[in-house]
Design a protein around this ligand. Structure first.
Ligand SMILES: NC(=O)c1ccc[n+]([C@@H]2O[C@H](COP(=O)([O-])OP(=O)(O)OC[C@H]3O[C@@H](n4cnc5c(N)ncnc54)[C@H](OP(=O)(O)O)[C@@H]3O)[C@@H](O)[C@H]2O)c1
Length: 331
């Protein structure tokens, strides 16, 4: 008899999150009630926002409940269904959480085409991270031909899509990534015009060299010192999309320098949360899927095997050890 492995939040981290904050339990696989479908997960998405949910500090979303199954995006296969919108064998994307099986009514569950692309793409470039890239680039930065767009965490789930969309929009794309291998991939595979390694001792000089025309659009995923340095290179009338500040999720807050620069540079800075723009998701996913079908959109994944390894995979994601979209193969 298969059981449902579930990972619960055992207690909130007081400092850095560790696997000890979670607890694994086994329970019977539930049977779908009226209107419900039973989904067997094949992949779980790990995302930086999960760190914020582990805290009970006031934020844009409700904190993860202690003692409950960790929330998270999932893809999988419908095993049994009492809902006419889903049939056994359908590939679906939803928010089933850190567990092997989940029951779902139709809310938040969507059938996807897993023949043209691997199913886990709906957790990455063709899912929430892809829409995030699409929104921040198109709706906040709106690059014009020849402008320079700087992207931090340039090879990550969000950043890799931003860089490619910026290039398709005719902009010059410059990435910041951690290490030579990520930077080489950013230029060779993703098409960035340049990529600067934030782990290099020459970071400041290399950033300056790569941005000889300044920055017209800054897509910020990280914060911290590289962000401070990037701000100094903004052009007049530039746009800054604050997508994420992962360096500050378990580290020091990222501060703004002298506010006078807003006035002098007349730039716009806007934070955004992709779930505030659900109306735009179908349009964004449609465009991203068309690019993927035309082989104009690439991505890369770090896959950890086994649901029981999800806590460590989250820790590793928060330490920047992923190379592309961080996933757990539920198996
Ligand atoms: N606003 C929204 O609605 C929204 C939605 C999705 C994601 N986000 C945000 O977008 C950002 C990227 O998310 P993602 O899912 O695409 O993750 P990701 O980029 O695939 O992974 C995180 C990457 O951040 C980089 N990083 C740089 N400095 C770091 C540090 N001090 N600690 C940890 N990582 C560091 C690492 O890449 P390097 O080794 O290359 O530095 C790491 O691989 C995150 O800040 C996330 O919170 C926002």
């Amino acid at each position: 008899m298969p059981t449902n492995t579930q990972i619960l939040l055992d207690h909130r981290p007081t400092d850095k999150v560790s696997p000890a904050n979670f607890r694994i339990v086994e329970s019977p696989v539930p049977a779908p009630g009226p209107g419900q479908a039973l989904v067997r997960h094949t992949f779980l998405s790990l995302d930086p926002y999960m760190r914020g949910r582990l805290s009970d500090a006031k934020s844009y979303a409700k904190p993860q409940e202690v003692g409950a199954v960790m929330g998270g995006g999932t893809v999988g296969i419908v095993e049994a269904s009492n809902n006419p919108r889903f049939k056994t064998g359908d590939a679906v994307v939803g928010s089933g959480g850190w567990q092997r099986y989940a029951l779902s009514d139709e809310k938040g569950l969507r059938v996807v085409d897993a023949k043209s692309v691997p199913i886990q793409a709906y957790l990455g470039a063709l899912g929430m991270p892809g829409v995030t890239a699409w929104y921040g680039l198109n709706r906040i930065i709106a690059p014009k031909t020849g402008e320079t767009v700087l992207v931090s965490a340039a090879t990550g789930a969000v950043g890799s899509v931003v860089g490619q969309l910026a290039k398709l929009a005719g902009a010059r794309a410059v990435g910041i990534a951690g290490g030579k291998e990520k930077c080489a991939y950013a230029v060779r595979e993703l098409g960035y015009d340049a990529c600067v390694d934030h782990k290099s001792l020459r970071f400041g000089e290399d950033l300056k060299d790569a941005l000889s025309n300044g920055i017209d659009g800054l897509f910020e995923n990280v914060g911290g010192e590289p962000f401070q340095q990037a701000l100094r290179r903004l052009n007049d009338f530039s746009r800054v999309a604050i997508c994420g500040l992962i360096a500050s999720y378990e580290g020091a807050p990222t501060a703004l320098p002298d506010m006078r620069m807003f006035l002098v540079k007349r730039f716009k800075m806007e934070g955004f949360i992709v779930s505030d723009h659900l109306d735009l998701w179908p349009k964004a996913i449609g465009e991203l899927a068309a690019l993927a079908a035309a082989k104009k959109l690439k991505w890369r994944e770090t896959i950890r095997d086994g649901l029981e390894n999800a806590p460590q995979a989250l820790v590793d994601l928060l330490h920047g050890e992923n190379f592309g979209k961080m996933l757990v193969r539920v198996g």
